[in-house]
Write a protein that binds this ligand. Structure first.
Ligand SMILES: Cc1cc2nc3c(=O)[nH]c(=O)nc-3n(C[C@H](O)[C@H](O)[C@H](O)COP(=O)(O)OP(=O)(O)OC[C@H]3O[C@@H](n4cnc5c(N)ncnc54)[C@H](O)[C@@H]3O)c2cc1C
Length: 391
C-alpha cells in the first residue's frame, strides 16, 4: 500500500533531479547543517558574518560555482540554484554572501573583464581568499540606479573615482569592490581594491534583517585606479543590470530554502505542541496554514527548477527571472509569517529559525530590485508599455 506523499517533498521534486544535482544539494545541505545552523542564531544576534566561512565555501566550490574556468567549479545553473536554496535554508545572509561573491562580484569580471583581470581576481575569489562586493546603490539612487552620482574621470592614464555607495553587502569585509560609476562615455564598472587610498567603508548598524551579513556604506574620495581597472567589455546600465539578473536567479531558488525551513519548523512544532487537550496540528485552522505553506514551498521550488532548466538550455530571459524573484520571495515571506503564527510566542525567538528568516526575507523582498520593480518589469513585458516613471 502506498504510504502517501512525503510531507517534506510532497510533489516528489527530488525525482526531477539528476544524481549529480542530488549530490550537490546533499553536500550543501550537510554544510549548512554542520557549519551554519549550530551558530547562525548567535551570528544573527551579534550582527556578524564569520569571514572564515568564505574559504570553507571556496574549498567546496561554492563561490562563482556556475562560472567556467579560472578556478570556478563550472557547474550547471540548476546546481548553483540548489546550492543557494540549501544555504538560504540556513540563513539568507549566508546565501547573500555567496550570491554577491559569485553573481555580483565575480560574474562581471568573468563576463566583461580582460584576460589579465580574470587571471588576477577570479581564482583567488573562487577560493574565498579574496572577498568581493558590488557597489551600485547610492543614498539617492536605489530602484533607479541610472541616477547614480558616483563619477569616474580620467586623470592622465589613471581614473579618479568619487562618490558614495550605500547598502553594500560584504562592503566592510571585501578586498575588492566592483564600483559602477558615470564616465564621459556612460556608466562603466571598475575593479577597485578596497585598500586604495581614499576608499572608506562604514558598517551599517541597527539592522533588524540580514544581521548575519555585513552591510556597508562605501565612500570614495579621489580614489585613483589605473586604466586597466575598468571592465573593458561593457558600457552602460546593461552591465550592472545583467549582474542583478544573475543574482536574482540565485534568490528565486534561495527564497524557497528559507520558506522550506519555516514550513518544516511549523510542521514539527505543530505536532509537538499541545493545547486544548490535543496537538495544535489537529486543529483545522492550523492544518490550513500548514497546507498553504506546503503548497507554496512545492510550487515555488518547481518554478525555480523550471527556470533553472531554462537557464541551462540558454533560453531564460531576464523577465522570467523577475517572475521568479517576484513570486518566490513574496510567497516565502508569506510562508514565514504563517509559520511565525503557528509557533505562537516561540515564533518570536531565535531559538527557532522562523523569525530570523521572516526578518531576512524583508531584505530579500527589497534588494536586487524590489517587489514593485519586478512587477513593473513584468508589466512592461506583457503590455509593451514601460511605467517606471510617473507620467
Ligand atoms: C540588506 C541589503 C543588502 C543590499 N546589498 C546591496 C549590494 O550589495 N549592492 C548594491 O548595490 N545594493 C544593495 N542593496 C540595495 C538594494 O538593492 C536597494 O535597497 C533596492 O534596490 C531598493 O532601493 P532603495 O532601498 O533605495 O528603495 P527606493 O528605490 O527608494 O524605493 C522605495 C520604495 O518605492 C518603490 N518604488 C521605487 N520606484 C518605484 C516605481 N517606479 N514604481 C513603484 N514603486 C516604486 C520601491 O519598490 C520601494 O517600495 C541592499 C539592500 C539591503 C536592504
Amino acid at each position: 500500500m502506498s504510504t502517501g506523499p512525503n510531507p517534506r517533498d510532497f510533489l516528489a521534486i527530488d525525482s526531477l533531479l539528476s544524481d549529480e544535482e542530488r549530490l550537490v544539494r546533499d553536500t550543501v545541505r550537510q554544510f549548512t547543517k554542520d557549519r551554519v545552523l549550530p551558530d547562525v542564531a548567535d551570528w544573527f544576534e551579534e550582527g556578524v558574518f564569520p569571514k572564515e566561512l568564505a574559504k570553507e565555501m571556496g574549498s567546496m566550490g561554492m563561490l562563482g560555482m556556475h562560472l567556467e574556468g579560472y578556478g570556478c567549479a563550472g557547474t550547471s545553473a540548476v546546481n548553483y540554484g540548489l546550492a543557494c536554496l540549501e544555504l538560504e535554508a540556513g540563513d539568507s545572509g549566508v546565501r547573500s554572501f555567496v550570491s554577491v561573491q559569485g553573481s555580483l562580484a565575480m560574474f562581471p569580471i568573468w563576463k566583461y573583464g580582460s584576460e589579465e583581470q580574470k587571471e588576477q581576481w577570479l581564482p583567488a575569489m573562487a577560493a574565498g581568499e579574496k572577498i568581493g562586493c558590488f557597489g551600485l546603490t547610492e543614498p539617492d539612487a536605489g530602484s533607479d540606479p541610472a541616477e547614480m552620482r558616483t563619477r569616474a574621470k580620467r586623470d592622465g592614464s589613471d581614473w579618479l573615482l568619487n562618490g558614495t555607495k550605500m547598502w553594500i553587502t560584504n562592503g566592510g569585509i571585501a578586498d575588492v569592490a566592483i564600483i559602477w560609476a558615470v564616465t564621459d562615455e556612460g556608466v562603466r564598472g571598475f575593479i577597485v581594491p578596497t585598500n586604495a587610498p581614499g576608499f572608506e567603508t562604514n558598517t551599517i548598524h541597527k539592522k533588524l534583517s540580514l544581521r548575519a551579513s555585513v552591510t556597508s556604506e562605501l565612500v570614495l574620495t579621489d580614489v585613483r585606479v589605473p586604466e586597466d581597472a575598468v571592465l573593458p567589455g561593457v558600457t552602460g546600465m546593461s552591465g550592472p543590470l545583467s549582474c542583478l539578473t544573475e543574482a536574482r536567479f540565485g534568490i528565486l531558488f534561495g527564497a524557497m530554502g528559507a520558506a522550506r525551513s519555516c514550513y518544516e519548523a511549523a510542521l514539527d512544532y505543530s505536532s509537538e505542541r499541545k493545547q486544548f487537550g490535543s496537538s495544535i496540528a489537529s486543529f483545522q485552522l492550523t492544518q490550513r496554514k500548514l497546507v498553504e505553506m506546503m503548497v507554496a514551498v512545492n510550487r515555488g521550488t518547481l518554478l525555480a527548477l523550471h527556470l533553472g532548466r531554462l537557464k541551462d538550455e540558454g533560453t531564460l530571459t531576464h523577465e522570467q527571472v523577475s517572475f521568479g524573484k517576484l513570486d518566490n520571495v513574496r510567497n516565502a515571506l508569506e510562508v514565514a509569517r504563517m509559520a511565525r503564527g503557528v509557533l505562537g510566542a516561540n515564533g518570536i525567538t531565535l531559538e527557532y529559525p522562523v523569525i530570523r528568516h521572516m526578518n531576512n526575507l524583508e531584505s530579500v523582498y527589497t534588494y536586487e530590485g524590489t517587489n514593485e520593480i519586478q512587477t513593473l518589469i513584468l508589466g512592461n513585458a506583457i503590455t509593451g508599455v514601460q511605467s517606471f516613471r510617473a507620467p
